[in-house]
Design a protein around this ligand. Structure first.
Ligand SMILES: Nc1ncnc2c1ncn2[C@@H]1O[C@H](COP(=O)(O)OP(=O)(O)OP(=O)(O)O)[C@@H](O)[C@H]1O
Length: 257
């Protein structure tokens, strides 16, 4: 069910490794994601998922292996570099300021400054422009917000997740990484987030999704990469596997064919 099989690889990882002292969090991880593909990153506790995501987000630097993004070898020394390349990560805490409104959160750390040079010089924000753009971004993702001036703390978990996803794609991300995007959500809100994931993938964005929820993975993803003790041990099309087989791959009870 690849929705936008452009056949272009967005991300390729070859034999990635990362150690923390004597702990080899990642030993040998290789896989790739095409544009418009939704790939699940699965693994038991301690398998290395967070470490891998942090390497892709520019927070950790791998000690071994290669990362290619849009065909080019990349070295991500910090999160700003990852974002500048088009890799956005939506972490579980969503990195929002609850007291700020929707637009302020969408433009967090990327605020639009006033066009007036004097006001610009003192860091004056163009709040009207941010509000306008925020409406457009959320509209593009078919997300309805009850009140755009509402503080984020008054929104539902699903609405906050939608803002975090809109923020990620707003900056022209080619790859969006999501850490358990529906873990804290109810059934209806999870369905809305799944819709959003489908929508951005249909627009050519590659999505890497970390989830412990097999049902969610089977419903949302095209493929799954399984990490086991720091190694990528399986890369399976989800049309070809059962939930039980996935669980067996995660726990090491089954080996990939
Ligand atoms: N900063 C660190 N210092 C030392 N060891 C670490 C560090 N970060 C991760 N590890 C170790 O690396 C291994 C992989 O951890 P990681 O958090 O990447 O796994 P995970 O798959 O995300 O697990 P979980 O699902 O429990 O979050 C674990 O053994 C962990 O203890």
């Amino acid at each position: 069910m690849v929705r936008n099989a452009l056949g272009q690889v967005a991300l390729e990882i070859r034999h990635l490794g990362k150690s923390f002292g004597a702990v080899q969090a990642l030993k040998d991880v290789s896989f790739s994601i095409q544009k418009g593909e939704v790939v699940a990153l699965l693994g038991d506790n301690g398998a290395g998922k967070t470490t891998l995501v942090r390497c892709l987000a520019g927070i950790h630097q791998p000690d071994r292996g290669d990362m290619l993004f849009n065909g080019q070898p990349v070295q991500l020394d910090n999160p700003q570099q990852a974002r500048a390349l088009g890799i956005e990560t939506v972490f579980q805490d969503l990195a929002m300021v609850p007291e700020f409104d929707i637009a302020a959160n969408l433009y967090l750390n990327r605020e639009i400054l006033s066009k007036n040079p004097l006001l610009r010089a003192i860091g004056w924000l163009d709040k009207a422009a941010m509000a306008r753009q925020a409406r457009k971004s959320l509209h593009r993702l078919n997300s309805r917000m009850p009140d755009f001036s509402a503080r984020v703390q008054s929104l539902s978990g699903g609405q906050r997740q939608a803002i975090a996803i809109a923020r990620a794609v707003n900056w022209g991300a080619d790859l969006v990484i999501m850490d358990e995007p529906t873990a804290a959500l109810g059934v209806e809100q999870s369905a809305q987030v799944n819709e959003l994931i489908r929508l951005i993938s249909s627009q050519g964005v590659a999505v890497l999704l970390i989830s412990h929820n097999m049902q969610h993975v089977l419903e949302t993803c095209d493929r799954a990469v399984v990490l086991y003790q720091g190694c990528s041990v399986a890369d399976v099309a989800l049309g070809d596997v059962t939930k039980e087989h996935l669980v067996a791959l995660i726990t090491g009870a089954a080996k990939a064919a």
